[in-house]
Ligand binder design. Structure first.
Ligand code: SAM
Length: 189
């Protein structure tokens, strides 16, 4: 479960502001392209916020697009923004979908907010179909700097931990998106 603090943080005025200023369409387009999303795909965004990436997955003609977020305010915003998507209240640690439902599962700028990353990875792998892929996307931070995102070394550490603890090979790629660069920790079930 996401902590009450996280739900509070992503509610009210902040949710409204975030939905106005975010919408890094370039980043989301790069990810959809990188993941090769298209017809036949079933996509889940964990920590979908106001739903910008859901919109890109719908544009790419995925068969089914879903989002999960612990903040009711974000869920409402995402559902309004992307009526084609199924958006549910939930968290990375407790994903309200059945086993083996998705071909692609991603978490964009959300992993660093998860309360329990092991539980989150377990859930990501549970809802993925065999052969499906996960994408943990974080804005790239300079080594040693702090903030919302991950350094390249942090991302390598996340990939190594997933490989070791879950026996799933994971790697790190870089996505250029406008002035920011994003790191993607990715692997297949
Ligand atoms: C920085 S926003 C990113 C939103 C969206 N992915 C995007 O890139 O625009 C972080 C989101 O993570 C969500 N979040 C916080 N804790 C979470 C958890 N434990 N599981 C899933 N999502 C969580 C927040 O509610 C918020 O919507």
């Amino acid at each position: 479960m996401a902590g009450a603090g996280e739900v509070e943080r992503w509610s009210g005025l902040r949710a409204w502001l975030y939905s106005l200023i975010q919408g890094n369409a370039a980043r989301n387009r790069f990810l959809v392209e990188y993941a090769g999303v298209g017809p036949g795909d079933r996509v889940l965004d964990i920590g979908c916020g106001p739903g910008a990436s859901l919109q890109e997955a719908v544009k790419a003609k995925a068969d089914y697009v879903a989002g999960v977020d612990p903040s009711p305010s974000m869920v409402r915003r995402a559902a309004n923004r992307v009526p084609e998507a199924e958006v549910r209240e939930g968290s990375a640690e407790s994903v309200p979908f059945e086993d083996n439902e998705f071909t692609a599962v991603w978490a964009i700028s959300a992993y660093h907010h998860w309360a329990d990353t092991d539980a989150g990875i377990t859930e990501m792998l549970r809802v993925l179909k065999p052969g499906g892929a996960f994408y943990i996307v974080e804005r790239e931070l300079k080594p040693g700097s702090s903030g919302h995102g991950a350094s390249y070394d942090d991302a390598i550490g996340i990939a190594a931990e997933i490989t070791e603890k879950f026996d799933v090979p994971a790697k790190v790629d870089t996505l250029g998106a406008g002035r920011a660069r994003y790191l993607v920790v990715t692997g297949s079930k």
